[in-house]
Design a protein around this ligand. Sequence first.
Ligand SMILES: [Zn+2]
Length: 223
Amino acid sequence: MLAITVIALAVAVAAHPPLQRAVANVVTSCVQPNMAALTFDDGPYMYMDQIVDTLDANNAKGTFFINGMNFDCIYNDDEAARVQRTFSKGHQIASHTWSHAHLSTLSQGQVTSEFTKTQTAIKKITGATPSFTRPPYGEYNDIVQQVASEQEQTLVIWDFDSGDSDGATVDAMKSAYDTLAASHPSNILALNHETRRTLFTRVSRFPPRLTLCSSFPFLEETV
Ligand SMILES: [Zn+2]
């Protein structure tokens, strides 16, 4: 049985020290065996608190790649409070850029703005600066990598898609996770969306194969 542990993405980064060129590191999978990262994109949104509570009930911590302006503005009181609560409970807040644009279609200045506005908002709300950015749709090009490097951001993709953004039901998600765990992967970097009523808002306990256990080594947050 694979015991899934919420990964410290820092572990993956540590295995790939900064290169002597102006492109960002790109993390596409976890590097430590028997670990999984549960990531949740596109918030902050109304389900964030539920997901956090489910994770906490299972002694797990998640990584939330949030936008500045997607389903709602991050500066609105409700959203800022959700982000602050999530962070205060030890979960990781990371950037999913400001407007969830296709970064590969933007100018360097526009890409920079997508990064910096989000980082500024996260810093204002949590007091910490994120080090990880997930480009929307997993799309990036040389400009995005260059800007990420300038902004000291590691780009994070994924190696397992729960399917929730394609309309997968909770049962389908659970089945996908069970199938994945039964295949005994070395590790998992899982994509979920906090804007959907996912598996993580519907169950109080994870299925046995998804027993999560981990302390969550905090990352680079600097005040
Ligand atoms: Zn997204």
